[in-house]
Design a protein around this ligand. Structure first.
Ligand SMILES: N[C@@H](CCC(=O)N[C@@H](CS)C(=O)NCC(=O)O)C(=O)O
Length: 191
């Protein structure tokens, strides 16, 4: 299915402009999607829509327990990974230096215990499976990788992940063409 991926220029604040707020995302965040005249924001809603609306391998397991694990991981990402690993550690250690913005060391330090809890919970769910919901990749893996791939780039994250089975999972995910096309650097037009 052909698609166009538009990376927004974070520094230019395109996602805070009135036309973006009005047309695509009233909260001024990314991602947002357009399919014909259908517009949608919120990553999990977009992912579920794509899985339901387009042909290709199902990214939601048929087994109710496996599907519940997928949903659980997607909510863990939204509620616990995003405010600690992404908004505090990743934003301060990876994103801000690209733009020469000052690092909030206190925010990073404050996020470390929550980040450890996230990693432990996700390790527990992954257990000895290749993917969070079982043998096949699901929406949970695709949502989580966009956040967790920043973690090894910070000293705190590298320490938290030392010896973790999530490193093997990250390596598996990094082989996927879709993941390679949507790295943080590519989505911000950076190499
Ligand atoms: N729950 C939302 C979170 C969206 C969100 O916070 N996105 C971040 C990037 S991961 C963002 O747009 N940050 C820029 C900003 O807050 O200005 C979703 O999953 O779509």
């Amino acid at each position: 299915m052909p698609y166009t991926l538009n990376a927004l220029e974070f520094g230019a604040g395109t996602h805070k402009q009135p036309q973006y707020l009005k047309a695509l995302h009233p909260f001024g965040r990314i991602p947002a999607m357009e399919h014909g005249d259908f517009r949608l924001y919120e990553a999990a809603a977009i992912m579920r829509y794509i899985d339901r609306a387009f042909p290709g391998p199902a990214l939601t397991p048929a087994d109710p327990k496996a599907a519940a694990r997928m949903d659980q991981v997607m909510n863990i990402v939204d509620w616990y990974v995003m405010p600690s690993i992404s908004s505090k550690i990743g934003f301060n250690r990876v994103v801000k230096p690209i733009f020469g913005l000052p690092v909030d060391e206190a925010a990073v330090a404050e996020a470390v215990p929550a980040a450890r809890t996230c990693v432990a919970a996700l390790e527990d769910i992954l257990a000895d499976k290749p993917y969070f919901a079982g043998e096949a990749v699901s929406l949970a893996d695709l949502m989580a990788v966009a956040h967790l791939d920043l973690l090894p780039m910070s000293p705190e994250g590298a320490d938290i992940l030392a010896g973790s089975p999530l490193l093997g999972w990250l390596a598996r995910m990094a082989e996927r063409p879709g993941v390679q096309k949507t790295t943080m650097q590519k989505m911000m037009n950076r190499r």
